[in-house]
Design a protein around this ligand. Structure first.
Ligand code: TXA
Ligand code: MG
Length: 321
């Protein structure tokens, strides 16, 4: 019989498995993470293999609180300190100079490390009990939409992981905002649960997405395809003239009357609801075997910057289709 991952309700038990080198999926307020002890190279290698993650894409290190940031980072800049004071625990990741005890496998050879303190209660209890830095990418096969439910994690990993910590489903639904704090001014690397204007309320000169990349420069997370279901993703600005298509799905905010003309239609209340259920909806499109998903673009509202970014990435052209 195939060994199934342990379904864990006690964060202490999840911490124990992490400390002994195991792979634990756990909920966070953004998306599920797949964690291992960041100082255990064997465990880190197993994680890269399970995820199918390219070795040049670094992992974020998760800790329980601000005191524990020093388990991963050699130095915390003033700006990073301010950002953490305002937004952590929460959906922000700060990139800092790394401590030598963090394996270079984790950071893909970089001298920097992304550090995050999740707000999700079960995740924090687990991290506090583990009492060591936990490397955790989003808990999905590389390239696929992230997971915001236990069921989706099981769908991607089945018996390849040792356990899943059960807890409240992800509330934000999109990944953390990532800020490079190793440079002045700091720059935004990935939009997420914290908006650019929220960041600038704390660090006014923080560089935004259009200012942030110099020619030839790229963020490691931009090098590979991301957030892509099997179905082709098409982002639509104007939904009204969409032609009927029974083998396509529609994710939208504004046009519920499309329901009879498509294979599946999901209507969101607002941009926040859209963000929260976006990845799960992309996965549902695949479960239903639909070939295409039309996704209404979002122009405003909570989390719209992050959602627009994920929509664009999900719709990027792919080599093998
Ligand atoms: O919300 C989140 O951040 C979730 C939850 C589980 O915490 N994690 C997550 O991890 O999204 P992942 O591995 O799917 O995305 C991490 C991103 C990648 O784009 C990676 O390239 C970037 O962070 N990253 C990690 N370390 C970095 C570093 N030292 N410098 C620049 N980018 C880094
Ligand atoms: Mg990811």
């Amino acid at each position: 019989m195939v060994q199934q991952p342990e379904l864990i309700t006690d964060p202490m038990r999840a911490a124990e498995i992490l400390r002994s080198g195991g792979l634990i999926a756990f909920p966070t307020e953004t998306v599920y993470g797949l964690g291992v002890d960041a100082s255990n190279e064997q465990a880190v290698k197993r994680l890269f293999a399970a995820k199918g993650r390219p070795g040049n894409n670094p992992l974020i290190v998760h800790v329980a609180d601000r005191d524990q940031v020093q388990l991963a980072a050699a130095d915390v800049s003033d700006e990073a300190d301010k950002l953490l004071a305002r937004f952590a625990p929460g959906p922000i990741t700060v990139v800092l100079p790394k401590l030598s005890t963090i394996s270079k496998l984790v950071t893909a050879g970089l001298d920097t490390v992304g550090v995050r303190i999740p707000a999700h209660e079960a995740a924090r209890d687990m991290l506090a009990a583990a009492a060591r830095p936990i490397a955790a990418p989003s808990a999905n096969k590389s390239g696929r939409p992230s997971c915001t439910t236990t069921e989706s994690v099981l769908e991607d990993f089945g018996n390849e992981i040792d356990g899943i910590l059960i807890g409240a489903a992800s509330d934000i639904g999109l990944e953390s905002t990532e800020v490079d704090c190793t440079r002045r001014p700091p720059k935004l690397l990935r939009t997420g649960g914290i908006s650019l204007s929220q960041l600038r309320s704390v660090v006014p000169d923080l560089l935004g997405p259009t200012q942030s990349l110099e020619p030839g420069e790229n963020s490691p997370g931009r090098l590979h395809p991301h957030y892509q279901p099997q179905a082709g993703v098409i982002v639509v600005d104007d939904m009204v003239n969409l032609a009927s298509n029974a083998s396509a799905a529609v994710l939208c905010l504004t046009t519920p009357w499309l329901a009879e003309r498509f294979g599946w239609v999901r209507v969101f209340r607002d941009s926040r609801d859209y963000a929260q259920h976006f990845y799960e909806s992309l996965r549902e499109v695949d479960r239903r075997g639909l070939a295409t998903v039309y996704c209404e673009n979002v122009m405003h509202g909570e989390l719209h910057e992050a959602l627009r970014d994920r929509l664009a990435r999900a719709a990027e052209p792919r080599a093998n289709r």
